[in-house]
Design a protein around this ligand. Structure first.
Ligand SMILES: Nc1nc2c(ncn2[C@@H]2O[C@H](COP(=O)(O)OP(=O)(O)OP(=O)(O)O)[C@@H](O)[C@H]2O)c(=O)[nH]1
Ligand SMILES: [Mg+2]
Length: 471
């Protein structure tokens, strides 16, 4: 017992300050942030990860699971009383229950605590007996990280950039047209402000649907309990006169309120406490949407990862003190849409996509990696002869019709530069190949005792993210 306390005390002193201390003896905790832009696969990832940590037969790539060091894993009340609990049971029931379906889209931050009873190896471990490590998983939208960029921009600067984006995207046309009849220097009329903000939010939603990544401010897509509040009732306006009581002055004031009341609290209450981070990226979805979506995704990734290089923003540096995220995994999700022969190409594209941003994070002292994963495998592989050549296909049940279908998604180039280069040059369409994505429903599975839901490389992802803390 004494040795256990000392050993934990030692590891504690080199850790950054994390969650609550529970019980008489200190129990270490790891705070794992799971983020990604909307529909990237956060909910499915967390649900499958937790289920597979509880039933570990498919977790051979997680060393502590393979060698039996993890003795038990169980859910516990989370340390934060004011954050909604991640609805694990509901999501799991959706994914692997009868008539399996994908879980509902989630709209806010949520948290779940999984406690792992681990028997450490080595002499100290043998003497001390099993110890408990808490894994606190936090699900938050990647859009909220993009908002960090607002903190060092004034309303005028932000407006100029936001208007430029809206003009360049087809979805922005109605909003730009609505600005025509508006005089920002005139006295504020609430219905005018509201109508503009609604149009702006509508444009952001449509742009997101069309595959664009940077659709900030983040809460315009996910307003949650702030829906309709003044901090969310603003829109960019062209530069001009901004006298007292004018629409422009009030919009600028609300923009500042958004930063103060929405953006900063998120970084202070959630982001600042994260130890390990996985950034889920729907790379295949963006490729399917075309070169512009891929270029937009690349820029959004650079912005998102700016948050992990705190030197960029003085306020954030102050908030984090010396603390930083220790490991960051970039995971291309939904890799079950591809035959495994193409997974290396997908990983290479993901790596190239986050390259710039990753170099910066590396620079900031975090260890990073890229991987292609599927948190819930919905397909099986198949190879067929077609016009004299072998085609690697995936087969699954189509989401819309429920029919069984095989899909050839197109051949990803081995050299990621071919796709990213075309994207950077602003091409309208891919030259060499058409990329298809079909949406599959989760497969009906019958799990043997001890087995979690089927996945691709979720065990490797877990090894990278938390493996070192389970030895
Ligand atoms: N085939 C396949 N599809 C997946 C996988 N993970 C996610 N998807 C698809 O992606 C959609 C979004 O997944 P979610 O986990 O809900 O994504 P999210 O990031 O939580 O989305 P929001 O909560 O809306 O931000 C699902 O409805 C599935 O259609 C996977 O491992 N395989
Ligand atoms: Mg979700």
């Amino acid at each position: 017992m004494v040795i256990s306390t000392i050993a934990d005390g030692v590891s504690r002193s080199v850790e950054s300050v994390t969650g609550a201390v529970s019980g008489v003896f200190f129990e270490p905790s790891i705070r794992l942030g799971v983020t990604g832009l909307s529909r990237a696969g956060k909910t499915v990832f967390i649900t499958s990860l937790v289920a597979n940590l509880m039933d570990r037969a498919r977790m051979g790539g997680l060393k502590a699971a393979a060698d039996g060091a993890i003795k038990a894993a169980y859910l516990q009340p989370q340390p934060d009383d004011t954050v909604p609990r991640f609805a694990f049971e509901d999501h799991l029931a959706a994914m692997i229950g009868p008539a399996p379906h994908w879980p509902e889209s989630t709209r806010a931050v949520s948290e779940l605590r999984l406690s792992l009873k681990v028997q450490p190896s080595g002499l100290l471990g043998a003497l001390s007996g099993p110890r408990v490590t808490h894994l606190d998983i936090v699900d938050y939208p990647g859009e909220w990280l993009l908002d960090l960029g607002l903190l060092d921009r004034s309303y005028v600067e932000w407006s100029a950039q936001a208007l430029e984006k809206a003009r360049a995207r087809g979805q922005g046309a109605a909003f730009i047209a609505a600005l025509e009849g508006v005089d920002g220097g005139a006295k504020l009329e609430e219905p005018v402000a509201k109508a503009l903000a609604d149009r702006f939010a509508e444009y952001l939603r449509e742009a997101r649907e069309a595959g664009y990544s940077d659709c900030t401010p983040g809460r315009f897509l996910l307003p949650g309990e702030l829906e309709g509040s003044p901090a969310l009732t603003f829109a960019p306006l062209p530069e001009g006169e901004a006298g007292r009581g004018s629409l422009r002055r009030e919009m600028a004031r609300r923009y500042e309120a958004y930063k103060r009341a929405v953006v900063k609290p998120f970084f202070r209450d959630h982001f600042a406490r994260i130890d390990r981070q996985v950034v889920l990226v729907d790379v295949l979805g963006a490729i399917h949407a075309g070169p512009r979506a891929v270029e937009d995704l690349r820029q959004a990734m650079a912005d998102i990862l700016g948050a992990f290089r705190p030197g960029r923003n003085g306020w954030l540096t102050g908030l984090l003190g010396g603390k930083r995220v220790e490991r960051i995994l970039f995971a291309a999700t939904k890799a079950d849409h591809l035959h495994h022969r193409q997974h290396a190409a997908l990983t290479a594209i993901t790596e190239a996509l986050v390259r710039e941003a990753k170099d910066r994070a590396d620079y900031a002292g975090a260890t990073t990696a890229a991987m292609s994963i599927a948190a819930l495998r919905a397909t099986v592989e198949e190879t067929r002869m077609h016009e004299g050549r072998e085609l690697d296909l995936v087969r699954g049940r189509l989401l819309e019709s429920g029919r069984d279908a095989a899909m050839y998604p197109g051949e990803l180039p081995a050299d990621p530069g071919r796709l990213l280069g075309a994207a950077r040059q602003g091409s309208e369409a891919w030259l060499d190949e058409d990329y298809a994505v079909m949406r599959f429903a989760p497969a009906e599975v019958s799990l043997a005792p001890g087995e979690g839901p089927p996945h691709i490389r979720l065990d490797r992802a877990a090894e990278f993210l938390i493996g070192d803390r389970l030895r």
